[in-house]
Design a protein around this ligand. Structure first.
Ligand SMILES: [Zn+2]
Ligand SMILES: [Zn+2]
Length: 280
């Protein structure tokens, strides 16, 4: 049983409940550890990110919960840091200011070259994805997907963080319409990113949210990418990217079995100072 989760969102970002509800649920589930990973503050209005004005409140509340529940569960303050080149604050400044235990690095907004536009590839609205692809990339999916992976690579090259979040989220709103993830040009992009991840000794997140929300037909990342992750011996975590307490362990048992079938034998666990390998 996987009794920990290092990726979830509360009311401090776009989750639906106060953080304490997640703690109580985690204890009920028999979890031994959990990380708070709100979306990092962004220098413009969004509905989903932690606001800069609430950083101190986030620190105070996570400190309070960590102390209050110390004898029942290990809790960590972290962030899912958004990377947009030339726009987002560097991860290490944010980590220092908020005294983060670890960071997940993710791309949700893709910035085309030589433009200040931002293509929102996540969120509930498929139309936004389609419109952005048309407006910012002239409808050229190859351009859009290439820019997405380029931005992830830039994040890996330039930022300090621990886990690559939902690596192929770009496929979610594609939903089999514009590109086939098995196409060789996509696989080449995936290979390049995996090589960088390996080089920098980062962890790949196996994110179950697309499956249990029925927004994707595979984990982020998908089956063929996970096979490569296994061959390259890149470490992984399983997380649910919960936006509700009851989502904390959704899809874990199936994901674990899927990974065992692929030949994975270990999973990473954060022990307060380091990521350590546990048997799967
Ligand atoms: Zn995310
Ligand atoms: Zn998330």
């Amino acid at each position: 049983m996987i009794n920990f989760n290092f990726h979830q969102h509360s009311l401090f970002s776009d989750g639906k409940m106060p953080p304490e509800n997640y703690v109580k649920q985690a204890i009920e589930l028999g979890f031994v550890a959990m990380g708070f990973t709100e979306h990092s503050p962004l220098p413009f209005e969004t509905y989903y990110a932690l606001s800069q004005q609430r950083e101190q409140e986030y620190m105070n509340e996570t400190n309070r919960l960590t102390r209050t529940y110390a004898d029942q569960i290990k809790l960590y303050r972290a962030l899912e840091q958004d990377f947009i080149p030339g726009v987002t604050e560097d991860f290490s400044s944010v980590s220092t200011r908020l005294q983060l235990a670890y960071s997940i690095g993710s791309v949700h907004l893709v910035k085309p070259e030589r433009s200040d536009d931002l293509w929102f590839i996540d969120g509930p609205e498929r139309q936004k994805y389609d419109d952005g692809l048309d407006q910012f990339f002239g409808g050229d999916i190859r351009k859009g997907v290439t820019q997405y992976y380029r931005q992830i690579n830039q994040m890996i090259d330039n930022e300090a963080f621990d886990v690559v979040g939902h690596m192929d989220k770009i496929k979610m709103h594609n939903a089999g319409r514009f590109f086939n993830p098995e196409d060789s040009w996509v696989q080449e992009l995936v290979d390049e990113t995996l090589d960088l991840i390996k080089e920098k000794s980062l962890i790949v997140e196996v994110n179950t949210r697309g499956i249990y929300k029925k927004r994707a037909d595979s984990y982020f990342p998908d089956h063929s990418t996970l096979k490569k992750v296994q061959q390259l011996k890149i470490p992984i975590i399983i997380s649910s990217d919960a936006h509700l307490p009851e989502e904390l362990n959704l899809g874990f048992a199936e994901a674990r079995q899927h990974l065992l079938d692929l030949g994975f034998t270990t999973i990473m666990f954060f022990n307060g100072s380091n990521w350590i390998e546990l048997s799967l």
